[in-house]
Design a protein around this ligand. Structure first.
Ligand code: CP
Length: 344
């Protein structure tokens, strides 16, 4: 029985550990039998809509390839060309748009990040509203709070390299300096799913870069439930020592949205960039990696090279960044097959 059929995916936290494991098992099958898996035609002549409020390399290409490889089609949509109602602009309501699109497609993916939003949480609310009215699954393709497809691709990569059972592995999510002013979605998804899988998760960042307290509370509960550990540190030596997997990533402070409302996007970004530049040590280097347990290095991409991580580490023999990027394709095929595919 496929009890994932029709399910939304806004965050991996909404799915049981069995659902996540099942998705990963199918993703491994798709990886092993890329063009001749029995489910390779499960989207035969079906359409998946993709709403991109923000740009993408991996997400758009991997969803398009995934739909093609399952015998369907992924249609790229730019919300700005669709006369949709927003907080400030008159237009078609989400209720109407979601109902109409459900008549055409078997699923809808949505990406909505920082610069398309007025406040933190607004993207999540928008996805929840689509999920309320659509009769087909809504899949987050990264929104302000979460990035479930990335989280699953990450875990698939860790299982490929660090071992099928991740319990007890030290996973370090470390803040990195940089000028890209990243949202919290990939990092929050990462610490959530990795605590679910029983890893010992260390979240390391300079003071002032706190994430969503609700997510932190969920991580603490996940760790307790899975028999793992979750800790927050502000010291790089403590973070890197004994790590099995290191994932560096820049993220913005919680002041970003307020600054954007007060001063506009460009000024808000400039404030973040100037603030991040003060933390010169917060880059993953060969020296920091030498404190680890010969750790794998990972990143969700796009990598801000020589800011979040040096070329030497990113291109080194322990880097798994391209495998994780490839895994986006396999996990999204699994998500689409299980939630919207034709499975006898
Ligand atoms: N990791 C990720 O979602 O990459 P893109 O922004 O390129 O889609």
């Amino acid at each position: 029985m496929n009890d994932l059929k029709g399910r939304d995916l806004l965050c991996t936290q909404d799915w049981s550990i069995e659902d996540l494991q099942r998705t990963l098992d199918l993703a491994f099958e798709f990886k092993a039998n890329r063009y001749d898996h029995p489910l390779n035609n499960c989207l035969d002549r079906r359409t998946f809509f993709m709403f991109f409020y923000n740009p993408s390399v991996r997400t758009r290409q991997s969803f398009e390839a995934a739909a093609t490889e399952l015998g369907g089609h992924a249609q790229f949509l730019e919300p700005k060309s669709m006369r949709l109602k927003t907080g400030k602009k008159a237009g078609e309501t989400i209720q109407d748009a979601a109902n109409v699109m459900s008549r055409y497609a078997v699923g809808i993916g949505i990406r909505i990040l920082e610069t398309a939003l007025e406040y933190y949480g607004q993207g999540h609310e928008l996805l929840q509203e689509y999920a309320k009215y659509a009769s087909v699954p809504i899949v987050s393709m990264a929104h302000d709070k979460f990035h479930p497809c990335q989280g699953l691709a990450d875990v698939m990569g860790y299982k490929m390299h660090a071992g099928k059972d991740l319990k007890g592995k030290k996973f370090v999510q470390v803040w990195g300096k940089g000028a890209l002013v990243r949202s919290w979605c990939s990092v929050q998804e990462s610490i959530l799913i990795n605590t679910r899988f029983g890893m010992d998760v260390t979240l390391a960042y300079p003071p002032g870069y706190d994430l969503d307290p609700e997510v932190i509370k969920m991580c603490e509960e996940n760790a307790e439930m899975a028999g793992g550990r979750f800790e927050i540190v502000h010291d790089l030596e403590e973070a890197y020592t004994g790590a099995d997997i290191v994932y560096s990533r820049n993220w913005m402070t919680s002041a970003f949205y307020d600054n954007m409302a007060k001063h506009g996007v460009e000024k808000a970004k400039q404030i973040e960039i100037e603030r991040a530049a003060k933390h010169d040590d917060w880059i993953t280097t060969k020296e920091w990696m030498s404190l680890t347990n010969d750790a794998f290095f990972t990143h969700c991409g796009p990598v801000d090279r020589n800011a979040e991580v040096t070329d030497e580490v990113c291109d080194g023999s322990r880097s798994i960044v391209y495998d994780v990027a490839e895994n986006r394709l396999h996990v999204q095929k699994a998500i689409m097959a299980l939630t919207m595919g034709k499975i006898e």
